[in-house]
Design a protein around this ligand. Structure first.
Ligand code: GCU
Length: 413
């Protein structure tokens, strides 16, 4: 019954607002009364596979590098006594001896009882940019030149230490009882079109294992894979509660975060900050960044099959509300910004609303409505959260405030 009402609502919204695309793919083809068993056994696996084959690409099935962890540095009472800082090197190594190192920076609250819930997110320039802490290592990988960060030779530099603190309120997160952990996303896969030679892709292929461009992982899927490897480490760390990890990400890293949350069900909460096209926004709305535009500007992000939908979104077999549905019944939070038209805030909200169909199947409460969300009025109750705040494409204190409140409902005992 609920499902019928939801469909009437969707049809109504097409005619009344013209905002939900007409031919949006349905979670359940030809089934009028689905249940959770059907979802878990038939439809969820199919939709997951379709996202792998048509959007993000697959990690080759035989790819199974040895993963090892090395605590390179640890200090108690760091950050004026409030943090236990750890820097861990995660090494991936193939049988033929190719390897990749990811530098994981972790701050845990110094005072705590038992295992600690953690926020995990990739950063855009380097671990050393998230906090002025002089002990944070600089990475040795490629990074984009940016004058504002003093980066001119595609290398991490001391000048950018602490430059993105506004996105990483470390002490505040610790004071709320969470740890915070991050990896530079370029440690996993450098963010340029390198013909899939470097980073994680460099480990996947050799003369025998050739990349299938149509269906093999692009960079977004590689970043998501890296997030899962961090979770593997958390399972080994006696201070971290790997069952209480909130994975979050801004923008392109928000896309990777959603794919990580959808494809790895160990993540307890998934948070997308301004992820837009290829993230939370509905592609079929063709509002803001389109599939063609993203595939043209960033040809290495998705698998080549996704390019079939350039100027052809209506033929997509899945849309991004289904990605959010794959995260159900675990909590998911999506955030938009008013001046971030490129990411289609309205398309992000509708996506959240439509994903509620799967939470409904589980009889779980969701509160995000179809009607246009009110600016700066977060919906934090229920399993799916959403807000649109004033301001531009960014990750801000306001966003963190909501994420922490949302996480408290599920991760604080
Ligand atoms: C570009 C890109 C977006 C992406 C953003 C970012 O604007 O078009 O898809 O989200 O970069 O990562 O900041």
């Amino acid at each position: 019954m609920k499902r019928i009402i939801l469909h009437i609502l969707i049809i109504f919204s097409v005619s009344a607002y013209g905002q939900i695309p007409n031919n949006l793919p349905d979670f359940f083809k030809d089934v009028s009364d689905p249940d959770t068993q059907m979802w878990e056994e038939i439809y969820r696996p199919q939709i997951l596979k379709t996202f792998s084959n048509e959007v993000y690409g697959n990690i080759p099935s035989g790819f199974d590098p040895k993963v090892s962890f090395r605590v390179e540095e640890e200090e108690h009472n760091a950050l004026n006594g409030v943090a236990n800082r750890k820097q861990v090197i995660i090494t991936l190594e193939t049988e033929e001896g190719k390897s990749l190192e990811m530098g994981l920076l972790i701050y845990l609250p110094e005072k705590h009882e038992g295992k600690i819930p953690v926020f995990l997110g990739l950063n855009s320039i380097g671990n050393h940019t998230i906090h002025p802490d002089p002990a944070i290592f600089l990475h040795k990988n490629w990074c984009r030149n940016r004058e504002s960060m003093g980066i001119t030779e595609n290398k991490a530099v001391e000048i950018s230490r602490g430059k993105v603190v506004s996105r990483w309120p470390v002490e505040y997160i610790l004071s709320r009882g969470y740890g915070i952990a991050t990896v530079y996303y370029g440690d996993i896969d450098p963010d340029f079109d390198d013909g899939y030679k470097n980073g994680l892709h460099g480990l996947m292929y050799n003369d025998e294992n050739i990349r299938n461009p149509l269906t093999d992982a692009g960079s977004v899927a590689a970043w998501a894979y890296g997030l899962s490897k961090v979770l593997d480490y958390f399972e080994e760390d006696e201070n971290i509660d790997s069952d209480r990890v909130a994975v979050f990400g801004h923008s392109r890293r928000g896309k990777a975060t959603l794919w990580a949350g959808a494809s790895d069900q160990r993540f307890a909460i998934t948070i997308s900050n301004n992820s837009g096209c290829g993230g939370a926004a509905l592609s079929m709305r063709k509002h803001g960044e389109t599939v063609k535009r993203i595939n043209t500007s960033f040809p290495h992000w998705f698998c080549d099959n996704f390019k079939k939908y350039n100027d052809n979104e209506e033929n997509l077999p899945v849309d991004q509300h289904m990605l959010l549905g794959l995260i159900a019944p675990r909590p998911v939070y999506v955030a938009s910004a008013e001046d971030d038209d490129l990411a289609d805030p309205r398309g992000e909200q509708l996506s959240v609303f439509l994903a509620s169909e799967i939470y409904d199947l589980y009889n779980l409460k969701t509160c995000v409505k179809k009607t246009k969300a009110v600016i700066n009025s977060p919906v934090k109750k229920g399993l799916v959260g959403y807000h649109i705040r004033t301001g531009k494409h960014d990750l801000m204190a306001y966003d963190w405030e909501q994420y922490l409140d949302f996480a408290d409902r599920y991760l604080q005992k």
